[in-house]
Design a protein around this ligand. Structure first.
Ligand SMILES: Cc1ncc(COP(=O)(O)O)c(C=O)c1O
Length: 427
């Protein structure tokens, strides 16, 4: 079987550009005639340093990342970051409270400690917008981590299931979200507002950055944390809207094994050392999840995976020239529209799962008529070598993942099958 014969729509790990894989296969064995493969070299070697720098540069260029942001390569996948976000951002919240208390109380360490402890129990809030399975998991992870502190500090500001008969779907209007006001809780606001930009399982994508998270004149800023695991580098974003963006590489960027985060530098420099945190009664971030430590190449980084990510991004830059990620966005949109158009044109056979306003461009979820016809659909797809279309086990149905490296030609093959199948089932 040749690669070109298979059209793969799996939700992640996902297809990669063939030229990257071919170059990667060679680099795995013998990188640039060095006599060593990329998985064999030290992560502190000059070659590794160059690869890290070049991969960062490609991401900076692709997304126009300003100087006041750092790019981190991390372990633990998106799931690891569910915890890392809580550890780091709560530590940051505590440190900001300590600094403020110090301004007001001077050098009275005992009073500062008492003040911060009191603020922690009365005012710590973590805001989560729950729009699908992954943001739900992230909010549950936060609640579990904070449970030993004695109360529920997680504020689910939105649970989209409540507006959709118990299932994830349309995102309710922003004025119904119950975000912690920036100046609430003795001026402490929330430690962060978390959301998942694209819900991979449920096919729900935020159409754009939520207006209510934008900074308001005269109010403290909200620190916005976004999980972009499944739509990273697929559309233009304004980096300055975010405090932290993270995502596993294995969908749009590269192979499993490396997680990327874009973190505002002032956050990295404000995460305190353990002693004050421990006195207050919160844990300091475990070293492997501590953004300010891991940033200095704390442990062995997967250089091969980071190189692959760099190749993918350099490929996009070469393909789209000055339009950069906007070029990719146009292609992603065109591919998604090709599929949705056929689904919408055949309502007697296909039911797209989500409301048009939140339909994911990356994970196109739909149902086929009934269970028997759905099974038939999947069997017919396999015969045409259209693979990876089965929906997530928790929701069923069909999911066609349309990540960056899925070529338009494969989307067209799927479109043709969708039309043929609909015609056969309608006659
Ligand atoms: C949106 C999103 N967030 C987080 C995760 C978890 O990522 P990982 O498997 O890298 O832990 C996934 C995995 O598919 C995901 O799609």
């Amino acid at each position: 079987m040749r690669r070109e014969e298979v059209a793969y729509f799996g939700a992640g790990p996902a297809p990669l550009p063939t030229p990257v894989l071919e170059k990667g296969a060679a680099a795995f064995v013998n990188y640039e005639d060095s006599g060593l493969g990329l998985a064999e070299i030290s992560h502190r070697s000059s070659t590794a340093t160059r690869i890290l720098d070049e991969t960062k540069k490609a991401l900076i260029s692709l997304l126009d990342i300003p100087d006041n942001y750092e790019i981190l390569f991390l372990h633990g996948g998106g799931s690891g970051e569910f915890s890392a976000v809580v550890f780091n951002m709560v530590a940051l919240w505590v440190e900001k409270r300590r600094r403020r208390a110090k301004e007001e109380l001077g050098d009275n360490d005992e009073a500062i400690l008492l003040r911060v402890r009191e603020e922690l129990t009365s005012s710590l809030r973590l805001d989560y917008l729950v729009t699908g399975s992954w943001s739900l998991k992230a909010s549950q992870e936060a609640a579990q981590l904070l449970e030993p502190l004695g109360q529920d500090f997680v504020n689910v500001a939105l649970d989209a299931r409540e507006a959709n008969d118990g299932k994830f779907g349309a995102i309710p209007p922003e004025d119904t979200w119950e975000l912690t006001p920036p100046g609430a809780n003795a001026g402490c606001g929330s430690a962060f507002v978390y959301y998942c930009d694209n819900e991979t399982v449920d096919g729900v994508e935020f159409p754009s950055f939520p207006k209510s998270l934008e900074p308001q004149a005269g109010e403290d800023e909200r620190l916005v944390v976004a999980d972009m695991s499944s739509n990273f580098i697929s559309r233009q974003i304004r980096i300055s809207d975010y405090a932290v963006i993270f995502g596993g590489a294995q969908k749009n960027i590269g192979i499993t094994d490396v997680t990327l985060a874009i973190v505002r530098k002032d956050i990295l420099t404000t995460i305190p050392s353990p002693s004050f945190l421990h006195k207050v009664g919160v844990w300091s971030p475990p070293t492997i999840l501590n953004w300010s430590v891991i940033n200095s190449l704390y442990n062995t980084m997967p250089i091969f995976s980071i190189w692959i990510a760099g190749e993918v991004m350099r490929g996009l830059l070469a393909a789209h020239g000055t339009s950069k990620v906007a070029g990719q966005e146009a292609i992603s949109n065109a591919k998604a529209e090709t599929i949705y158009r056929i689904l919408d044109a055949n309502p007697q056979v296909y039911q797209p799962v989500n409301h048009k306003s939140v339909r994911s461009r990356m994970n196109i979820c739909f149902r086929v008529k009934d269970a028997a016809t759905e099974k038939e659909f999947l069997e017919g797809a396999e015969i045409r070598m259209l693979q990876g279309l089965k929906g997530h086990r928790s929701v069923g149905g069909i999911r066609a993942s349309n990540y960056n490296a899925v070529p338009m030609a494969n989307v067209q093959k799927l479109a043709e099958y969708l039309s043929d199948f609909a015609r056969a089932k309608s006659s």
